[in-house]
Design a protein around this ligand. Structure first.
Ligand SMILES: Cc1cc2nc3c(=O)[nH]c(=O)nc-3n(C[C@H](O)[C@H](O)[C@H](O)COP(=O)(O)OP(=O)(O)OC[C@H]3O[C@@H](n4cnc5c(N)ncnc54)[C@H](O)[C@@H]3O)c2cc1C
Length: 386
C-alpha cells in the first residue's frame, strides 16, 4: 500500500511492479492536479538509472538534456564548472512533471491500481503484522490490507503525522527567505543552469526544454505573489545576473508562478514497524542543491529492494537497514544543500564580514580544482550502493 502519487510513490510502485510485487497507490489529489505541480528538473545519473530500471526512461532519453556543466555567477562574472571534466558525469535536465507523467502512463499500461481523489486517508496497525489503510472514495469508505505501508505522501502527508511523537525525532532549519519561481514558454538565456550570487539576493536560471525556462529569485520569507507582477520579476532577475546573461533573458508571461519557502527537515527514523517513510514525507532539503527529487528516488530504490528481499527471500535484513541507509544519504544532501544555500543567498542578518567571506569562498570554489570537484561531486550525486 503506497500513500501518495508523487515521484516517490509512483517510482516505488513501478519498481515493485517490475519485481512482481503487487501494490496499490492511494492519492489525495486528482491525477491532473498532481501533473500540474511544477517542481524539480535536475536528475542525477542514479535517478536516471532508476527510471531506466523502472522501464520509464525512453522519453527522458529522447527529450531530456544532458548538461555537462553549470554556471556560477558572482561579482558580475560568469564562471563555468565543468561537471564532466571534474567528475566524469553530468546531470539530466528533465522536468518532474514529465517524470510523473511517464510513471503514471507506465502504471496505467501495467494495469496497476491507483486510487486518485481519496479523502480521509488514514494508516492503521503498522506496529503489528496486519497494517491497513482506510480512505473514502466517491463517498464510500474503503479499507486496504497488505504487508507494508509506504508513506510517500510528502511533507504535509498523513503518514509521518500518524507516528506517535515519542517514536520520532525531527530536525529542522527554516531559512528566513523563499524562492519565487516563474515558468515561462521562452528559450533559456544560457545553454546551462546559472546560479547567481548577487548583492540583491540569489537568482537561478534553470530550464526544462529549448522553449521552456524556469527562473527563480530569492525573496523575503512570507513574500506574496501579488507583490510580484511578471514585469517586476523579470526586472529583478536581470538585475541579479551578469550583463551578458541578463541581456539574453527573453521574457514572456508566466505560465506558472509560485513561492517556495526554504527549509531543511529530517525525520528519524524512517521506519516504524510496517510503515516506511520515503521522499518528502521524511525529509525536505532547500532546492538550491537540486536534491529533493533525487533523494525521493534513492529512498524508494532502497525500499523496493528491501520489500523485494522480504517477499522473495524471506529476509528482513534490508528492511532493518532501510532507515540508516537512507539517512546517511539524506544528511549528505542536507549538508550540501545548506552549504550551497549559505554560499549563494543574502540573509537578513548577513553582515559585511559575512559577505566578504562568501566572496572569498566563491573565489575559492572557482579557482581551486579540489573545491570545484567537491561541489561538482555533490551536485552530480554520489553512486547508490544497493
Ligand atoms: C514548490 C516546490 C519546488 C521544488 N523545486 C525543486 C527543485 O527545483 N529541485 C529539486 O530537486 N526539488 C525541488 N522540490 C522538491 C521536490 O519536488 C520534492 O522533493 C519531490 O516532489 C518529492 O517527491 P515525493 O513523492 O516525496 O513528494 P510529493 O511530490 O510532495 O508527493 C506527495 C504526494 O502525496 C500526496 N498526499 C499528501 N497527503 C496525502 C494524504 N493524506 N493521502 C494521500 N495522498 C497524499 C500529495 O498530493 C502528493 O501527490 C520542490 C518542491 C516544491 C514544493
Amino acid at each position: 500500500m503506497i500513500i501518495g502519487a508523487g515521484p516517490a510513490g509512483l517510482l516505488l510502485g513501478q519498481l515493485l511492479h517490475e519485481a512482481g510485487i503487487e501494490n496499490v497507490i492511494v492519492e489525495r489529489q486528482s491525477a491532473q492536479y498532481v501533473l500540474g505541480r511544477v517542481r524539480a528538473g535536475v536528475l542525477e545519473r542514479t535517478t536516471v538509472g532508476l527510471l531506466e530500471r523502472a522501464q520509464v526512461a525512453a522519453r527522458l532519453h529522447s527529450e531530456g538534456h544532458v548538461h555537462d556543466g553549470i554556471g556560477l555567477a558572482f561579482d558580475g562574472v560568469l564562471h563555468r564548472l565543468d561537471l564532466r571534466a571534474l567528475t566524469g558525469h553530468g546531470v539530466t535536465v528533465y522536468g518532474q512533471t514529465e517524470v510523473t507523467r511517464d510513471l503514471m502512463n507506465a502504471r496505467t499500461a501495467a494495469g496497476c491500481v491507483s486510487v486518485y481523489e481519496a479523502a480521509h486517508v488514514s494508516v492503521h496497525d503498522f506496529d503489528g503484522d496486519r497494517p491497513f489503510v482506510r480512505y473514502t472514495h466517491a463517498g464510500q469508505e474503503h479499507e486496504l490490507h497488505g504487508d507494508f505501508i509506504a508513506g510517500c505522501d510528502g511533507f504535509h502527508g498523513v503518514s509521518r503525522a500518524s507516528v506517535p511523537s515519542a517514536a520520532i525525532r525531527t530536525f529542522e532549519r527554516v531559512f528566513p527567505l523563499g524562492w519565487l519561481g516563474v515558468l515561462a514558454h521562452v528559450p533559456p538565456c544560457h545553454p546551462e543552469l546559472v546560479y547567481a550570487s548577487h548583492e540583491r539576493g540569489f537568482a537561478l536560471c534553470s530550464q526544462r526544454t529549448p522553449t521552456l525556462s524556469r527562473y527563480y529569485i530569492q525573496v523575503p520569507a512570507g513574500a506574496q505573489l501579488s507583490q510580484w507582477p511578471d514585469t517586476a520579476f523579470w526586472d529583478e532577475l536581470r538585475r541579479r545576473l551578469p550583463t551578458d546573461v541578463a541581456d539574453a533573458v527573453i521574457t514572456g508571461p508566466a505560465a506558472e508562478k509560485s513561492v517556495t519557502p526554504l527549509r531543511s527537515f529530517v525525520a528519524e527514523p524512517m521506519r516504524f514497524g510496517r510503515l516506511l517513510l520515503a521522499g518528502d514525507a521524511a525529509h525536505i532539503v532547500p532546492p538550491t542543491g537540486a536534491k529533493g527529487l533525487n533523494l525521493a528516488a534513492s529512498d524508494v530504490c532502497y525500499l523496493a529492494a528491501a520489500v523485494r528481499e522480504y517477499c522473495c527471500e524471506g529476509s528482513s535484513a534490508a528492511l532493518d537497514a532501510y532507515s540508516s541507509r537512507c539517512l546517511e544519504r539524506v544528511w549528505g544532501a542536507v549538508r550540501f544543500s545548506c552549504w550551497l544555500s549559505a554560499l549563494l543567498h543574502r540573509f537578513p542578518d548577513t553582515t559585511p564580514f559575512d559577505r566578504r567571506l562568501q566572496s572569498a569562498e566563491l573565489d575559492h570554489v572557482v579557482r581551486s580544482r579540489a573545491a570545484s570537484t567537491a561541489l561538482a561531486e555533490s551536485y552530480v550525486g554520489l553512486p547508490l550502493e544497493i
